[in-house]
Design a protein around this ligand. Structure first.
Ligand SMILES: [Zn+2]
Ligand SMILES: [Zn+2]
Length: 349
């Protein structure tokens, strides 16, 4: 037996439960701990039966509730090492200066020195030289500040929700003592391309093209049944096409409709990011994969990570069904749409 329960899918949060007869893992924890527990109970999944949490990549919509949930359930978290490091960096308050701040700091020091020198020897060459240096550094600092604000990924800040920490904190954790946000009960590392097992589920992570430290998708196999997750990818490289062979239940990204994205509300820089080779799969790209490269073996295809601003569920479904319908052997595939706001009914094979 294997079961997939999609708890949430989309840019506001992703999480899916994968179960076998003996083992149960959660892939991504992109909602608050409280919401994840609520959705698990709505879908009939027992959180206390989870054996581990697996993380695809460190974007907010995949890790928002991670530390609180892992501590609450006291279960290990599986990452690649670069993803774990990136996550820790995101949660660690910056004690070091940014480049722009450092330049600013250096500039102020130089100005102070120049002023001191000028006061003691008003006509010395050193004072003029220091003043010139200050102007150059001020220019570099301004440019660094400008470049920083252009970075579309600078929005990846993690909101701290102390209320939720308290509500979700395990009994062993004194509420008064603020826990280290990066503390996890246990961390295990895996490598993309290298199979590992949790209980009776064999897991093969595969690299996906996306703008994160070391993003991956997963194939899960138990008792000969195979389920896969592939969302958050800019395009379909050969290794992903190869990984998605002989899959029985496939959660596949169908992020945006190209025209809706083009005409939609996102700023141009974000549109470019979504469309890029490290962004997200369009309905067209997904349809092309289904038509040309997909082997047609899945009982269920779940379209996921649909954009709320740049897609419509009917468009994503139509596009995928047309792609599948073009091949008579594939008519047995059933297409479902994962949702952002509510869990899907569990799919059991
Ligand atoms: Zn995502
Ligand atoms: Zn992402």
């Amino acid at each position: 037996m294997m079961r997939m329960t999609v708890l949430a899918s989309g840019s506001k949060g992703n999480s899916t439960v994968i179960s076998s007869t003996r083992t149960r893992v959660l892939v991504d924890a992109g909602l608050s701990c409280r919401e994840l527990l609520k959705r698990m109970s709505l879908a009939g999944e027992d959180p206390s039966a989870l054996d581990a949490i697996l993380i695809t990549h460190e974007h907010q919509d995949h890790i928002a509730g991670l530390s609180v949930l892992a501590r609450r359930l006291n279960i290990p978290v599986f990452f690649t090492e670069p993803t774990h490091r990136a996550w820790v960096r995101m949660l660690t308050p910056r004690t070091t200066m940014t480049y722009a701040k450092w330049l600013d700091h250096v500039q102020r020091e130089k100005e102070a020195r120049a002023a001191a020198v000028a006061a003691s020897a008003p006509h010395s060459d050193l004072a003029g030289q220091l003043a010139d240096e200050s102007r150059v550094i001020a220019g570099i600092a301004a440019e660094a500040a400008l470049n920083r604000s252009d970075d579309a990924n600078a929005t990846l800040e993690l909101p701290v929700d102390p209320e939720e920490d308290e509500l979700c904190a395990s009994d062993s954790e004194p509420a008064a003592q603020k826990p280290d946000p990066t503390y996890l009960p246990a961390v295990e590392y895996f490598h993309s391309g290298t199979q590992f097992s949790i209980g009776d589920i064999d897991i093969t992570p595969f690299t996906i093209p996306h703008d994160a430290a070391d993003p991956c998708g997963f194939v899960f196999e138990s008792e000969g049944i195979r389920m896969a997750l592939a969302t958050d990818l800019g395009y379909m490289p050969p290794n992903v096409k190869a990984a998605l062979k002989r899959i029985d239940v496939l959660l596949l990204e169908s992020n945006h409709d190209l025209e809706m994205l083009r005409d939609g509300p996102y700023p141009w820089s974000v549109k470019q990011r979504v469309l890029s080779r490290v962004g997200h799969l369009s309905n067209n790209a997904t349809a092309e994969f289904l038509q040309k490269d997909y082997d047609g073996g899945a009982s269920w295809i779940i379209l996921g990570h649909l954009s709320e601003s740049n897609n419509a569920p009917e468009l994503a479904r139509l596009s995928a069904e047309q792609a599948l319908g073009g091949q008579p052997t594939l008519l047995g595939n059933r297409v479902l749409l994962a949702q952002q706001a509510a869990p899907l009914d569990p799919i059991t094979l």
